[in-house]
Every structure is written in structure tokens, then in C-alpha cells.
Design a protein around this ligand. Sequence first.
Ligand SMILES: Cc1cc2nc3c(=O)[nH]c(=O)nc-3n(C[C@H](O)[C@H](O)[C@H](O)COP(=O)(O)O)c2cc1C
Length: 369
Amino acid sequence: MVHTLLLSTFDLGRLTLSNRIVMPPMVIWQAGEDGKVNQAHLEHYRASVGAGLCIVEATVVSPEGRLAATQLGAFDDAQVEGLRQLAELIHAGGSLPGIQLHHAGSKTTHKKNYGLPILAPTDIEDAPDGTAALNEDEIFRIVRDFADAAERVADAGFQYIELHGAHGYLGSQFLSPARNRRSDSWGGNLEGRTRFLVEITTAVKARLSSRAQPPVVGMRLGVADGEPGGLVLSEGMQAAQILVAAGVQLLHVSHGGSLPGFADDESRWSPTLRLAEAVRPLVSVPVIGVGEIRTPDEAEDALSLGVADLIAVGRGQLADPGWARKVITHQSGAIEICQDCKPKCFHFSEPSKCPARKNLRRRGELASS
Ligand SMILES: Cc1cc2nc3c(=O)[nH]c(=O)nc-3n(C[C@H](O)[C@H](O)[C@H](O)COP(=O)(O)O)c2cc1C
């Protein structure tokens, strides 16, 4: 198949992406306690460049919000230099450098966040180390942390900033009626539950507005989840519209922590890609679709059928870091396809055991690790 759409350029505000492949944010757990970029990050991203947009992994904005002890950070000026090196090498490889800004909320433990308080919209019973409900001052402090972190990553040269509003982390926790039981203006109806995400969007955009070339600000939004009493798609679709009205310029559609079910199973697309397909007609900004796209042919089909404007290939690019480069150089047949390991992708714990990477090492395309 010819990948005409996948390889076509795409205008994102004043920026132009060289193709419509996205490297979605994927943590590699390589930072130390200082949260700084190190050699392992530089090597990982250098090996994977080529996608039109490369979004660096979830990078935490406040020390207590780490989802893992080895997470990258943007909460300290000392982290900017490493982030600058990362942005530069991504740019040099032909990708637009993007980065995801994140706060875990209750989805962490004291071991992971170095003993700091574990904060959530409401006290959550199922957090292993307990949680403290955020008061309004703390919420505004975290909103400021997002703006401060955005300034740091913009100084570092990132041109796309993605705010994390998905996967059960703090933004998702605020959105979910099951997780957010507040009765003040940060909870209750959909408008209240969306307020935290609106505030971080507004604060980040205001902070960047005086720059000659402000980065594009987008959001990874979990528009539905499968939790009983959780966020339903009809509300998630409204939240997407509220956030676009608040200034979100690119929507990366995903789930809110667990996959929602669909009444019919006729679709050829994964549940998260179906969420993107549902949201795209409702919003005036481009949509990134993601989920179980393994081959360039599938990505081309998803684009041509209007599922999304850009297609993110996650595990596919972890399995073969040359995925995007091989599509660009018309060597798609040489892509080592992700084998969808069960119960969980090896890249969460032991990347060296990824079977596709083992094949690449055998072929001499990857150094042995
Ligand atoms: C090892 C690994 C790390 C991930 N880290 C992040 C992350 O930092 N932020 C995020 O929003 N999603 C993260 N994800 C989810 C991916 O971005 C992507 O949405 C998911 O893997 C589905 O896409 P795929 O089927 O193409 O892999 C991660 C996924 C994997 C496998």
C-alpha cells in the first residue's frame, strides 16, 4: 500500500509536521531522584525519531505528583538543560519536539514519590498509601506548577506541550464522578469536574502568551472510562468541547484509566481509536487517534476513513524504534511488528524481553542490551 496520507505534511497552527505519525508519550523509567534527562533518555529518543510529532513521556510538574521514582521532571530549573538536549535531538531527527506534562494525583505511593503527600480531588479509599483531599490553595499551587513547568519546557525548546488529562491521573480524577465527589466549584456537575483541566490550560497558555513563538498547547484527554460510576462518553465529549473553547489546540483522545465497553463489537478499531472517531466531528481542532495501530497500512486506513487527523503508534514504535523511518524510506516491509505481549507489554518492566526487539537485535538493527 502507498502511505500517501500518513506521509503527508500537516499544519498545526504555525507549525508544520513532516508526516502524520505521532510517537505518543511512553515512560521509560530511566530518571534518578533528580528527575533529570540522562544518557538513557537521549539514546532512546535518538533511536526513535522520524514521526512528524514526537511527544516525550509523562513528565511530572510537582515532586509529589510522580507516578514512579524514576519519572522525568520539569519541576526544577536544573532540569531544563537536559530537556534542552532532548528537544534538540528530536528536532535534529526531523520530528517536532513535544512533551507531556503530568501529575499522578492519587495514582502513586510514598515509595514512588519519595514520601511526599499523596493528593487527590477527594479522599480515595483504594490508594495503597492513602490520600489527602486537595484544598483550594493546593489546587491553585498545582495549576501554577503546570504553568511553571510549561515555561521550563518551552525554554528547553519543546514546541508542543501536552497536558495529561487521561489514564486515571490527576486530570482524569477531577473529571470522573467516581473519583471526584467534591461539592465545591471543582466538582459536582461536568463544568465543575472539568474546571481543573480548564484552569491548567488557561494558566499554561497565559504564561506562554508573551513568547514570540509560543508552543502549541494540547491535551491528552480521557473521554470515557470503564469504572462503575466513572466518566461516560457523552460527558467526555462535552468536556472535550469545553476544553477546546478554553484554548486546547490539539486533542489526543484516550481513556480515563480503564477501557470503556462499546455496545457493538463491529468496528475494526480499538476502543481508544473509536473514542477519537467519536470526538473528532465535534471539535474544531485536530485530533490524534491512538490504540493498537501496528502497521502503516492500518494507520493509512484510519486516516483515510477519517478516524483522526494524526495517528499515534505507541507499542509499535517501542517494538521497532525504526518504525517511522522505515515508513518514510518506503521500507515498511522491514518493520518488526509489535507482538502485543500479554498480559502486559514488556516495555513496562523488562524492555529487553520485547520479542520484536530480540528479532531486531538478531538482525543487527539494535545493539544488544
Ligand atoms: C511502556 C508504556 C509507557 C506508556 N507511558 C505513557 C505516558 O507516559 N503517558 C501517556 O499518556 N500514555 C502512556 N502510555 C500509553 C501510550 O501512549 C499509548 O496510548 C498506548 O500504548 C496505546 O497505544 P498503542 O496501542 O499504539 O501502544 C504508555 C504505554 C506503554 C506501553
